[in-house]
Design a protein around this ligand. Structure first.
Ligand SMILES: [Ca+2]
Length: 145
């Protein structure tokens, strides 16, 4: 476990770094596409949100939220991602919605830094944002973290 300090500019720098951001999002998309059909289904996207911990960090959802409410919430998230209403989320939709969500997180954080406790194998985008900033500040330290 480690603690990172991030603020809005950390997240924004990550999202606006097209190369890093697209690479991270594409990797995540591929990992989430469990049946490799090139799109994310409802359940695949739900797993995505569970693994990204976005509900806690962005939507302020308590872990004790009743299952019914959670399902409703995941459904509304899915509708947001699935812009064209096709019933699946493709890579373009995933990229553009992740970008919006992370920029909203950046706005929410503003210039007020927060501490995040992360597992070593944490794969969240916020961790990647923090790693990217660390790499820019101290290139030698980047690989060790
Ligand atoms: Ca799929």
């Amino acid at each position: 476990m480690g603690v990172v300090i991030i603020d809005g500019s950390t997240v924004r720098a990550f999202v606006t770094d097209d190369q890093q951001f697209t690479k991270s999002v594409d990797e995540r998309f591929a990992a989430l596409d469990l049946n490799n059909d090139g799109v994310l289904s409802r359940s695949e996207l739900r797993k995505a949100f569970e693994s990204l911990r976005l509900l806690e960090s962005h939507f302020g959802v308590d872990v004790a939220t009743p299952p019914d409410e959670l399902t409703q919430l995941y459904n509304s998230i899915f509708e947001r991602f699935d812009c064209d209403g096709s019933g699946t989320v493709d890579l373009q939709e995933f990229r553009s919605e992740m970008k919006k969500i992370l920029l909203a997180i950046a706005d929410g954080l503003g210039s007020c830094p927060i501490q995040m406790v992360l597992e070593d194998d944490d794969q969240s985008f916020l961790k990647k944002a923090a790693d990217l900033e660390a790499a820019k500040l101290d290139p030698n330290h980047a690989q060790a973290s």
